[in-house]
Unconditional design. Sequence first.
Length: 49
Amino acid sequence: MIANFFLLFLAAGFALATVAIGLGNPVPVVVAIAAATIVFLSVSRRSEG
């Protein structure tokens, strides 16, 4: 289950990074990676108990 969430975040982050790089703006990439990391950590903590 955790692996599925992780792969989902990786795919979403990669898609957002590709779009942002295409637009020539690196800021959304950093924000998206940070947000995905925070959400992933909170989800993993909840599932651990």
